[in-house]
Design a protein around this ligand. Structure first.
Ligand code: ATP
Ligand code: ZN
Length: 582
């Protein structure tokens, strides 16, 4: 609010200046050119009746107009009878108030005043800004929480991320134990995932569980900072942290500091580079097993500078994804604990209908519902309030009819992912599919199936062919179920992978009889030459047809997997095995 007001004043002043500028411009331009004439010539002309008008003032010069329309300027005699003489010769005398120089001075004063005001305003503004940053800095330093102690109980869903962080609790509490075994404590943990998925919450929970202080800063806070202040803030943050001993340092929006440096000097500003360097120095500076853990969070792991991800820095990376239906149910339950819910509220149903909602959005949904219920003086929060809140929460987002369009998207994704999973299990049963989901992750667009091939030194021709079929499984399933015209762009990444594998198989590894035992990269410098392309296309078609046939032959299983995905959104390894065996 305050800042808003300040900027309003700034804008007003700025506009004021512009108006004055324009006025002056017009003023100057409307003024005629004046011929300077001697007083003597002037008087002769007056006596000759040639002078039409004189603008009389107290300034050293006077201006006037001749009968022929030209304007002149001459010395002002400032004699007492000057006006009388002019009048006697039939010249009109117009007395201008004050004098034009005074007007000029006034104008300059006005100008100076405005500039002064602006300068004052700006300096005040920036000194306030500096003040603000300095107080912010001390605020951060003293922000050693006791935020009524958040624990992992306060984080619903996100089981994998919670598990990874739970391991660290013991590291913080008993660093000596680990150093006795020569184990190095992880220094930096990077939490990545979409906004509002509970990254901050997890970091706080880690500090809460270990019962150590929690220091939080935000990367973007460092951007507007004056030169050098960012780096010194980092240093003082770590100094403070060391003073308290064991603690958790949380750096939100680390991408603001650690953007990929594109070439030399480009990319991030010098200032953020300096701040980032200070951070890296501090991190490699603290002693092993000190009991300090730095947790950073980002929504954009892909834009991070590699330097941040190196060993000894944020080498542990944990994905914090959007919750699936089960996770959403848990989050809804957690956040409705302190809210009076009517019996007609079915949180399972709400969870089911809030696909792609983050934890923060779910919390927001319940909060809005509570406000609507309160406004209507209802005793409890009813389903209709939640329905209404739903539209408030998604307002401004792409208008999606939550039952129809979303459902169609989900169905396509479900069959696509089921196709990948089923082909994996049919063609390479030794490959583990640890998880299938239709909730988009940072790494995959639609949904993804994790594929862990057994460790092998070499890939056989059969392996490559199988992997190509697995990649094609998504598109093949879409085509079988929804028809040739309904295939989607969801397979673009799959096709890229399949193409790369195929071109290598044919053009590089000499695995096709027709193209022979030749590495076409050596011969032509590019394996994607015409022979290879023609042959790859043929082979790809063959594999795609085989994939489709395989799915058709196992359509029952495909349907089962897809339907389970639609219902649960995520299927784990065991469940998948059961579905395939059944
Ligand atoms: N898994 C969860 N369990 C319970 N509450 C959650 C969960 N995820 C998010 N929330 C709610 O959303 C709020 C915001 O989450 P948080 O600030 O931790 O998200 P974030 O991932 O750090 O987001 P950002 O990337 O925007 O900083 C939390 O305070 C909490 O109320
Ligand atoms: Zn796919």
């Amino acid at each position: 609010m305050k800042l808003n007001k300040k900027s309003k004043i700034g804008i007003a002043l700025f506009l004021f200046l512009i108006v004055i500028g324009i006025a002056t411009y017009i003023y100057i331009n409307n003024n005629q050119e004046y011929d300077e004439i001697s007083y003597k010539k002037f008087m002769t002309m007056v006596e000759g009746g040639k002078v039409d008008k004189v603008f009389l003032s107290n300034s050293p010069k006077i201006k006037g107009k001749l009968k022929d329309g030209t304007y002149f300027i001459t010395d002002n005699p400032r004699t007492e009878d000057f006006k009388e003489r002019l009048l006697m010769f039939g010249t009109t005398v117009e007395e201008t108030e004050g004098n034009s120089t005074a007007k000029d001075i006034l104008m300059s004063l006005l100008f100076l005043g405005s500039f002064g005001a602006i300068a004052y305003f700006m300096s005040r503004n920036s000194s306030r800004q500096a003040q603000k940053e300095i107080t912010q800095m001390s605020k951060i330093d003293s922000d050693t929480n006791n935020d009524s102690r958040i624990t992992f109980e306060d984080v619903a869903g996100n089981e994998e991320a919670k598990e990874s962080l739970k391991e660290l609790v013991d590291f913080i509490i008993n660093p000596e134990k680990y150093s006795r075994y020569g184990a190095r404590m992880p220094r930096g943990v990077l939490l990545y995932g979409p906004p509002g998925t509970g990254k901050t919450l997890l970091a706080k929970a880690l500090a809460g569980e270990a019962n150590v202080p929690f220091f939080a800063v935000t990367g973007s806070d460092f951007i507007q900072v004056y030169a050098g202040l960012g780096a010194s803030r980092i240093r003082s943050l770590f100094k403070k942290a060391r003073q308290v001993g064991k603690c958790v340092i949380f750096i939100d929006e680390i991408d603001a500091l650690g953007k990929k440096r594109r070439g030399l000097g480009n990319g991030g500003s010098d200032e953020s580079d300096r701040t980032l360097n200070a951070l890296l120095t501090e991190m490699s500076g603290f002693k092993e097993n000190e009991g300090i853990i730095v947790i950073a969070a980002t929504n954009r792991i892909d834009t991070l500078d590699e330097a941040l991800l190196r060993p000894g820095r944020f080498d542990r990376q944990i994905e914090v994804g959007l919750p699936d239906v089960n996770g959403r149910y848990k989050i809804l339950k957690l956040h409705s604990k302190n809210k009076p819910l009517s019996d007609d509220v079915d949180l399972k149903k709400v969870a089911y209908e809030t696909v792609y909602f983050s934890g923060a959005k779910l919390e927001n949904l319940l909060n809005e519902s509570a406000m609507i219920a309160a406004k209507n003086n209802e005793e409890k929060i009813k389903m209709k309030h939640i329905d209404k809140a739903f539209y408030t929460v998604i307002a401004g987002e792409e208008k999606k009819d939550r039952s129809s369009i979303l459902q169609e998207d989900k169905r396509i994704t479900a069959y696509h992912e089921a196709g990948h999973a089923l082909i994996t299990k049919l063609m390479s049963p030794e490959n583990r599919v640890t998880k299938i989901t239709i909730i988009p992750s940072t790494k995959g667009a639609g949904g993804f199936s994790m594929n862990i091939p057994p460790d092998k030194m070499y890939q056989t021709k059969k392996d490559i062919k199988n992997n190509i079929m697995i990649a094609l499984g998504g598109r093949a399933a879409e085509e079988i179920i929804f028809g040739e015209e309904k295939i989607t762009t969801g397979a673009s990444n799959d096709l890229k992978k399949a193409t790369q594998m195929m071109l290598s198989m044919v053009g590089k590894f000499g695995m096709d009889e027709e193209t022979g035992l030749l590495d076409y990269e050596v011969i032509i410098g590019n394996k994607a030459n015409n022979y290879v392309l023609k042959r790859s296309k043929e082979l790809m078609k063959k594999l795609y047809d085989k994939t489709k046939q395989l799915l058709k032959d196992n359509k029952d299983t495909l349907d089962k997997i897809a339907n389970t995905l639609l219902e649960k959104e995520t299927i784990d390894e065991e469940e998948l095995e059961l579905l395939i065996k059944a």
